[in-house]
Design a protein around this ligand. Structure first.
Ligand code: KIV
Length: 270
């Protein structure tokens, strides 16, 4: 007789519990079933099918060329391998320009791709969109700080929220997105003090990437953690394969360092 091991999967409620209990949330990107299985079995809490696949899988210089069909395809590849981790899929460039488009495309990522949450790069324009999505039962992760889909408008991949006015505007936007019903916030490339201020002032869990150690959790692009980045690795990343024998051990080392709060260290922060 075979005994089926019961695996409790991560939900939005569990992420809120982890924030309240000060248990750090370990997140990584994945784009295919083999890596997703390794991450899930190692104990990664959240797997993001990021539109970073445009750079690390497709070899583009930006995430702008990524399409909805690309996102649905890779989300479906990953979904079958996720038993415990919460699966988030990125909404690609211009797939949420209006609330109607956002609702239609989020439904594709959930129904065809199997995602449990969608992520969108957010400005004040997205507050109403997020309100409509969450009112329809779509869990949303709002991405603030550096928004790579706007790289051509921002003039490069630069740290955001450095001056007092920009920092206040970002905190206000985080609060507005929380009121709109966002379930998770992702903060990319902001000064560590701003990461801490936003994390302390909102109830929604905050996941950082280059946002300092005080966030409720951390995320990295998988290829950066394995030292196989397409370009020069960003300052906020770390090669966890160094000193480990194989990929599962590297992923476990990442999870341990995130949980203990030893990653990111000051040299990974701004
Ligand atoms: O697309 C992506 O991988 C992201 C990162 C912030 C993890 O959004």
């Amino acid at each position: 007789m075979s005994v089926q091991t019961e695996i409790k999967s991560i939900t939005v409620t569990e992420l809120r519990r982890m924030k309240a209990a000060a248990e750090r949330i370990a997140c990584l990107t994945a784009y295919d079933a083999s890596f997703a299985r390794v991450l899930d079995e190692a104990g990664v809490d959240v797997i993001l099918v990021g539109d970073s696949l445009g750079m690390v899988i497709q070899g583009h210089d930006t995430t702008v060329p990524v399409t909805m069909d690309d996102m649905v395809y890779h989300t479906r590849c990953v979904a079958g391998a996720c038993r415990r981790a919460l699966l988030i899929a990125d909404m690609p460039f211009m797939s949420y320009a209006t609330p109607e488009q956002a609702l239609r495309n989020a439904a594709r990522l959930m129904q065809e791709g199997g995602a449990s949450m969608v992520k969108l790069e957010s400005t004040n324009m997205q507050v109403e969109t997020v309100a409509q999505m969450t009112a329809q039962g779509i869990p949303v992760c709002a991405h603030l700080g550096l928004r790579p889909q706007s790289v051509h408008k921002l003039g490069g991949y630069k740290v955001q929220g450095r001056d007092e006015q920009a920092a206040k505007a970002m905190l206000d936007m985080a609060l507005a997105l929380e009121r709109a019903g966002a379930d998770l916030l992702l903060l990319e490339c902001v000064p560590a003090e701003l990461g801490e201020e936003i994390t302390k002032n909102i109830e929604v869990p905050v996941i950082g990437i280059g946002a300092g150690a005080a966030c409720d959790g951390q995320i990295l692009v998988l290829q950066d953690t394995l030292g196989i980045s397409h370009n020069e690795p960003p300052r906020f990343s770390k090669n966890f394969l160094q000193g480990e024998n194989d990929i599962p051990a590297a992923i476990k080392a990442y999870i341990t360092e995130v949980r203990q709060g030893s990653f990111p260290a000051p040299e990974h922060s701004f």
